[in-house]
Ligand binder design. Sequence first.
Ligand SMILES: Cc1cc2nc3c(=O)[nH]c(=O)nc-3n(C[C@H](O)[C@H](O)[C@H](O)COP(=O)(O)OP(=O)(O)OC[C@H]3O[C@@H](n4cnc5c(N)ncnc54)[C@H](O)[C@@H]3O)c2cc1C
Length: 476
Amino acid sequence: MSDSFDVIVIGGGPAGYPAAIRAGQNKLTVACIDEWKNLDGAAAFGGTCLNAGCIPSKALLESTELYHRAHEEFAAHGIKAPDVTMDVAQMQKRKAGIVKTMTQGILALFKAAGVTPLQGHGKLLSGHRVEYTAHDGTRRELTAKNIILASGSAPIELRSAAFKSPQIVDSWGALEFPSVPKRLGVIGAGVIGLELGSVWRRLGSEVTVLEALPDFLAIADQQLAKEALRHFKKLGLDIRLGAKVTAANVAGDAVDVTYTDAKGEQKITVDRLVVAIGRRPYTKDLLGPGTGVELDERGFIKVDHECRTGAEGVWAVGDCVRGPMLAHKGKEEGVMVADLIAGHYGEVNYKTVPSVMYTAPEIAWVGLTEEQVKAQGKAYKAGVFPFMASGRARAMEQAQGFAKIIAAKDDDEILGVHIIGPMAGELIAEAVLAMEYSASSEDLQRTIHAHPTLSEALHEAALAVDKRAIDSINRY
Ligand SMILES: Cc1cc2nc3c(=O)[nH]c(=O)nc-3n(C[C@H](O)[C@H](O)[C@H](O)COP(=O)(O)OP(=O)(O)OC[C@H]3O[C@@H](n4cnc5c(N)ncnc54)[C@H](O)[C@@H]3O)c2cc1C
């Protein structure tokens, strides 16, 4: 194998591996170095997303949602299934199988694109050099005209609830529980905490979610957040806002958690505690001396809008740089950089990065929230369509939530779309495309949507922006 490449990518997660594949498609010689090892010690490409994040969490959300619906909804359809039970070991086996298939698939994609996979640690040295240490300890120096750093992120630890015992775990640990904890504590009511809390609640855990902030889902449109909170409470999540954890002490097989809220000091005891308070950029032993790559005050690798670091020929993408920590954001950055390196056009439109929570109902949004539009002092109009007025949602027995569109008052351009309801994560794609093309709400109003589909909710919400919805009362 050559030691010299056009491109070396350090990190084979959803930011790094697409960058490597696109570089290969662009006829560049490319190697992708990744050090991930799974709990069984096996090396695997795919990073957090495929091994311990997006994919395993969605597998468990799907299984537990089916189980929950069997209990809560089947009767309404006339389906009698009184003895539905969950085999947690089988659920976990299915999840592990999906992860294995998907991560091994990356190797096949690498082969097809001519990418050299290197499993082990990569360290950027000065002068276009990379030190590669294979998992067996063998060390080699590689060179490349361009180096893409895609080292990802790691869970933030809470000093008062350190990951030092099997009872206190991070999100990966919470994906691996072999049985249903009777009492589960979750610190952090963000996307990851709520998804994981939903998984285990649906299987019977008594779940308490402790969130330090006083507002629920502060990053989301507050009309949507309010609706979401109602559904999470209905599911049985005990969400406590303004609750700052001060201590978590393992006592036998349980954890005593102390927190403070507006009323003073509080205590709960749980069997497992998940710390899901966010993630931090991961750059451990990534940068050798004199590389010229700088980190900002929060540890992110500093980049410009095209993901160039300060060092010539060195780029950085994904969770290790600014912006939302989302797989699809990292993927687009990786592809953009590989195209720019090859002299092609490339860009990422950061205004249209969608966010999705795969809870039930699903929650998805793109663009500005109503609060953000107001804060910008922009004149706007908004339309809301409830799924209870959707024939398809009714037929699915999933008529909860709504679709909301916010458009500028002057030129009608869509500024933000917020959906809570069935398949919101799929529906948001239409809104992303519309915004990518700077569509107006009238553009959506004049677009034919098949009947009866869930997508009609977006059509009707667009009509509601001008108080012309047909299938619901124009109240907004
Ligand atoms: C439970 C959970 C659920 C999530 N669900 C979603 C979701 O539904 N949708 C979504 O968009 N996002 C989701 N995310 C976030 C998503 O996983 C991340 O945004 C995404 O993985 C970031 O991709 P990345 O390639 O930047 O980093 P990572 O996926 O973290 O990959 C980085 C890779 O680089 C390797 N690496 C690091 N340093 C080195 C080095 N020096 N040498 C060699 N290799 C190195 C790491 O081992 C890793 O394999 C979820 C995250 C979690 C934890």
